[in-house]
Design a protein around this ligand. Structure first.
Ligand SMILES: NC(=O)c1ccc[n+]([C@@H]2O[C@H](COP(=O)([O-])OP(=O)(O)OC[C@H]3O[C@@H](n4cnc5c(N)ncnc54)[C@H](O)[C@@H]3O)[C@@H](O)[C@H]2O)c1
Length: 323
């Protein structure tokens, strides 16, 4: 029996990708350091869901610790790696850039070295639309992305580059998937959909950085999980956008949809727009259609409806989570 090594398995995308694989009857080896970048209760909730599956194994490990993961590669036969673990979040990366280098660069390098030594051929590597900062949307994979606006974007771009080098030198097969603002049930509490739903529900004022006209190409978690698994096919080295690919939706429009779904008006507080943020993200997704036969299926209204539904079903957990 061979395992899919899913790094960041207690994270938002790692949890859902693991669940999809487990439902298909695959075996998953999950690794996560359960760091406190956001409230750990949510990571524990996601893990509790995965632990219902017999063919799920979990290790609390830090991927920047080479020895710790080397042992894992000795114990388990690994079929492929879905590398989702990272410090995510643009603004937080200005406060502690070192931890971003450890988790996003050193951790990726450790995995690539272990792939080379152990003969594991395939990795799907999570990257981000943040690398396109400074370009005019829609963002195409061929754009030259050499001007990252935050340590977060710089470390994700660095990990793409290391992956290319290991592909070139050792023939590793790597699909880099650049995600565009992923949202959905049990999503990240440091991102707007989770916070806005919680704040509107609780009657707490919503914090908006800028005037709310900044727009995102929101992508529903199940579409992302499906695309990530499709990217396991052999491709050599390819960079592929996984994004909504429709007209981006502004923060103000998203709030309007949430107000309708929750039957409650939001109170809004405006703060200055942050220099490390971008005004608009929008994915060109022709390559994903061509190489993976992938396109998103869930639009924002339906995705937010499902997210609100999950929130209301798990309201005690959501209320207890610090944002
Ligand atoms: N959610 C989005 O909108 C989005 C957009 C673009 C890219 N991404 C990328 O997708 C991936 C998954 O993001 P997410 O939204 O699920 O974030 P997340 O923070 O929910 O998940 C990441 C997980 O990785 C774990 N982790 C971090 N550093 C680690 C380390 N050194 N060792 C072991 N585990 C570690 C964390 O504890 C966390 O559970 C990340 O690589 C992120 O950069 C996400």
């Amino acid at each position: 029996m061979k395992y899919y090594l899913v790094t960041g398995a207690a994270g938002f995308i790692g949890w859902r990708v693991s669940e999809f694989l487990l439902k298909e009857g695959k075996s998953v080896l999950g690794v996560d350091n359960l760091n406190n970048a956001y409230d750990v209760k949510l990571k524990e909730w996601r893990l509790s869901q995965l632990k219902n599956y017999e063919n799920f194994k979990f290790y609390k490990l830090d991927l920047s610790n080479f020895e710790a993961i080397r042992i894992l590669f000795e114990i388990y036969p690994i079929k492929a790696i879905i590398h989702l673990a990272a410090r995510a979040g643009v603004r937080a990366s200005l406060e502690n850039p070192w931890v971003y280098v450890d988790s996003n660069v050193t951790a990726t390098l450790n995995l690539l070295e272990l792939m080379k030594d152990s003969g594991v051929k395939k990795m799907v590597l999570a990257s981000t639309s943040s690398v396109y900062a400074g370009h005019k949307p829609p963002f195409h994979e061929e754009l030259k992305v050499d001007t990252p606006l935050s340590p977060y974007a710089a470390t994700k771009k660095s990990s793409e580059l290391l992956a290319y080098t290991y592909h070139h030198l050792y023939g590793l097969d790597i699909s880099v998937v650049r995600y565009f603002t992923v949202y959905g049930p049990a999503g990240r509490p440091d991102m707007s959909p989770f916070r806005f739903i919680k704040w509107i529900y609780e009657g707490t004022p919503i914090k908006i950085y800028g005037d709310g006209t900044q727009a995102r190409d929101f992508t529903y978690i199940d579409d992302i999980a499906r695309g990530t698994i499709l990217a396991l096919k052999p491709l050599g080295y390819e960079i592929i956008n996984l994004g909504g690919g429709r007209n981006p939706i502004s923060i103000n429009q998203m709030i309007e949809i949430l107000e309708k779904l929750l039957g409650k008006k939001a109170k809004k507080e405006f703060y200055p727009f942050h220099k490390a943020d971008v005004m608009l993200t929008w994915a060109e997704i022709e390559k994903a259609k061509k190489l993976l036969g992938w396109q998103p299926e869930i639009d924002l209204e339906e995705g937010l409806r499902r997210t609100v539904e999950w929130t209301l079903e798990n309201i005690d957990l959501v209320r207890a989570i610090k944002v």
